[in-house]
Design a protein around this ligand. Structure first.
Ligand code: NAG
Ligand code: NAG
Ligand code: NAG
Length: 497
């Protein structure tokens, strides 16, 4: 009887378990010969409990902890510069930054301690040092309040990938996780590791997003690439826990008839994929063979990088220009709209407290309309400043945001280690919607020199003083303590026997 009951319970439990895991990989050739690779792992569950099948326990513990209120959490670790002029936009709208970035919603002012605890928990989970204490600000976006922090000097390296792989139900043993080879991934021109967590009344959703831009033409001057060469690994078996596992292998535009050099071929020719809209999709769940695809240009001997750029509709540039007096500089942000339609853009950046905006010099000029901006001043002593500008960019126009900033003189103890390098101003970013896709364009981080005292001086003084004291003390001590004794000279009585 009892075994029957247990079996029934198990069956019921199995039927009630509503979790799912979807994985996909998109490989997209870019016009400058590089390849954009994006891994998308999505885990959903209707209940958040430690007895979960697929949701990683580390994340369940974060979501279930009463001290953190998490509705939405985003973490990304990126290295390199996303080249919007040549690569268009990243596959994942919120990637493209440089350094580490953490977003948490909802934000509440009272939860500063819990935010710090959360950041330390995340640092521990992902082997990163996200000590954001003086880099955190609150913003309101899309009707939600967020706590946001960026650290441009925290760049990912191989040990950061392991915790991301550990979140996957099949780890790197089966499915697309097998392709996550750190040696190849971290050799890419740009790479980004990201985690998004969404919690609502219907449970939780976790997205693990890994994107990299490879340059196959760097070695060998050949544009051709294969999944085997890109990752140096193959998918030998599919992940049994996955509900879907798909590879979207993007194809270049069909070759023009005049130029045989642009002719390309997908190998192996008997692949199991379906071509639709210039994308070859392979369903790994139903595939019988190990997965591997290659794209080759048989008539192209060497690949020459094209000079052309694709004009992205919105371009953002941030420059530093010398200011009117020595301790100031001008930060100039230029927002270009190259599109035929006007675009509503929201630009946001945080500025560390070590540089102080001169608000009376703040100006926005150019062909703009409907501008609203807020230059939020730091609430606490060492909080960063926030610049948030909403504007509608007219077609084919440029809008320039300028403000003078002053480099502060700091207290001796306020200088961070290695201050001669300068301080980082994290990337600013513009958000807009284009053809129903939300897009984010990041600027590069900016390095600002601070006026720094000569930190070696105290060291020199300490060394010289110590030397002098040591010499003086040594000789005085020697004189005071040494005992002088008269030793009578023993007469040598020479006996001659
Ligand atoms: C990632 O996968 C999920 C689930 O299949 C999907 O909803 C989402 O749109 C995908 N994201 C991208 C950027 O393709
Ligand atoms: C800018 O627009 C966003 C929504 O797009 C809104 O949440 C935010 O409050 C606006 N900010 C300002 C300064 O008007
Ligand atoms: C703004 O638009 C006017 C015409 O409407 C044009 O003459 C002017 O050059 C534009 N200015 C900028 C900065 O684009």
């Amino acid at each position: 009887m009892q075994t029957w009951l247990a079996l029934l319970m198990m069956l019921l439990g199995y039927a009630a378990c509503t979790d799912s895991f979807d994985e996909s990989l998109s490989v997209q050739p870019l016009q400058d010969g590089r390849v954009d690779v994006a891994f998308n792992f999505t885990i959903r569950d209707d209940s958040i409990s430690p007895h979960t099948h697929l949701l990683p326990l580390q994340i369940v513990n974060l979501l279930a902890a009463p001290e953190f209120e998490i509705d939405e959490l985003h973490l990304s670790l990126s290295t390199g510069r996303w080249d919007y002029d040549k690569w268009h936009y990243p596959a994942f709208a919120d990637l493209g930054s440089s350094g580490a970035e953490v977003w948490l919603s909802p934000a509440s002012d009272s939860s500063r301690d819990s935010w710090n605890t959360l950041v330390h928990r995340l640092s521990g989970l992902f082997c990163a040092s996200l000590s954001t204490s003086d880099n955190t600000h609150h913003v309101v976006l899309d009707g939600k309040t967020w706590t946001h922090a960026q650290i441009s000097s925290q760049l990912p390296c191989t040990e950061n990938l392991t915790p991301f792989i550990a979140l996957l139900p099949c780890k790197s043993a089966a499915g697309l996780g097998q392709l996550l080879n750190p040696h190849k991934l971290f050799d890419a021109d740009y790479h980004s590791l990201a985690l998004s967590v969404y919690k609502d009344d219907h449970g939780a959703r976790i997205e693990i997003k890994i994107e990299a831009v490879f340059n196959p033409a760097r070695n060998g001057q050949q544009r051709q690439y294969s999944t085997k060469a890109l990752f140096d690994r193959a998918v030998s078996q599919h992940c049994d826990l996955a509900d879907s596992s798909t590879v979207y292998f993007g194809l270049p535009p069909p070759p023009t008839e005049e130029d045989s050099k642009d002719v390309w071929v997908v190998l192996p020719e008997d692949h199991e994929g379906i071509v639709e809209n210039n994308v070859l999709s392979v369903d790994l769940m139903s595939s019988k063979k190990p997965f591997g695809l290659a794209l080759i240009w048989p008539f192209q001997e060497t690949f020459t990088y094209p000079r052309s750029t694709i004009d992205p509709p919105i371009r953002v540039r941030r420059d530093q220009i010398a200011g009117p007096i020595e301790e100031t500089f001008v930060m100039k942000i230029a927002l270009d709209n190259t599109d035929d339609e006007s675009v509503q853009v929201s630009y946001l950046q945080s500025i560390p407290w070590q540089v102080k905006p001169w608000l009376h010099t703040f100006q926005i000029h150019g062909n703009k309309s409907a501008v609203s901006h807020e230059h939020a001043l730091a609430k606490l002593d060492k909080d960063p400043y926030t610049l948030h500008v909403n504007t509608t960019l007219q077609p084919h126009s440029q809008t320039v945001i300028e403000c003078i900033y002053q480099r502060q003189f700091l207290k001796y103890t306020d200088y961070a280690p290695d201050i001669h390098r300068g301080i980082d101003i994290p990337p600013g970013f513009a958000r807009f919607t284009q053809n129903d896709h939300s897009r984010v364009v990041y600027t590069t981080p900016m390095l600002v020199d601070l006026a720094t005292p000569d930190f070696s001086m105290p060291y020199n003084v300490i060394i010289i003083t110590s030397t002098v004291v040591a010499l003086f003390f040594g000789s005085v001590y020697n004189i005071l303590v040494r005992e002088f004794k008269l030793i009578p000279k023993q007469e040598h009585k020479g006996k001659t026997d």
